[in-house]
Design a protein around this ligand. Structure first.
Ligand SMILES: N[C@@H](CCC(=O)N[C@@H](CS)C(=O)NCC(=O)O)C(=O)O
Length: 203
């Protein structure tokens, strides 16, 4: 299995998820500033826009971080990173798995571009409503599905950590505590070591 990845990008989601599963993988570093690097045919086969993360697993090619995390959770059920089909938490899990790319990211654009909120027209609601939903999602926690850590926390966790890092939120005690819980996970710490270059491995 190969993860096309670049440090300090959304590819961290795929990397953290792989570290949660413990599955063997090869990291293929892409320089997203370099047209030559993004022209890598194997990357293009997995990711037509040349974006990271992208995953190659046998005949499977996936280029969306949410889909990659969901796929890996289902492929490695022994790690219980997704409620299985038929589980009462499956619906909530799928909703939170998609929340980052369908709600948080557009809401961040709304905030950073200083667009006027249009919560009825915009599918993500608004920046404020997104934050309210997130606060409720991690309260009481520890994870968005309560006691059960899942692939959805990889998505939501990286988003909350990103928003804190770039000071997009004011003080948010529940979200701050959640971010610290995510960051304390051994798989997340291994991911950060790889991102920084210390723990990089291939194959
Ligand atoms: N929705 C995609 C977004 C991926 C994405 O935009 N990745 C950026 C890095 S954070 C990228 O590869 N940019 C390089 C480019 O677009 O050329 C996902 O979540 O996987």
């Amino acid at each position: 299995m190969k993860l096309f990845w670049s440090p300090n990008t959304r590819a961290v989601r795929g990397l953290w998820m792989l570290e949660e599963t413990g599955a063997p993988y090869e990291l293929v570093e892409i320089d997203i500033q370099s047209p030559e690097s993004k022209a890598n045919p194997a990357l293009r086969a997995a990711s037509p826009l040349g974006k990271v993360p992208a995953l190659e697993d046998g005949p499977v090619r996936i280029w969306d971080s949410g889909a990659i995390c969901g796929y890996l959770a289902d492929q490695y059920p022994v790690h219980r990173l997704a409620p299985p089909i038929g589980d009462p938490q499956r619906g909530a899990y799928l909703m939170w798995l998609m929340f980052t790319n369908s709600v948080i990211e557009p809401a961040i654009v709304e905030k950073t571009a200083a667009s006027a909120p249009a919560p009825t027209r915009n599918g993500w609601g608004s920046w404020e409503s997104m934050l309210g939903l997130l606060r409720n999602a991690v309260t009481p926690g520890p994870w968005v599905l309560g006691e059960r850590f899942s692939a959805a926390d990889v998505l939501i966790g990286t988003s909350v950590i990103f928003m804190r890092h770039f000071s997009l939120m004011d003080e948010e005690p529940a979200l701050d505590a959640y971010a610290l819980r995510c960051a304390a996970r051994p798989a997340y710490q291994r991911t950060m070591a790889i991102e920084s270059g210390e723990g990089r491995r291939a194959g």
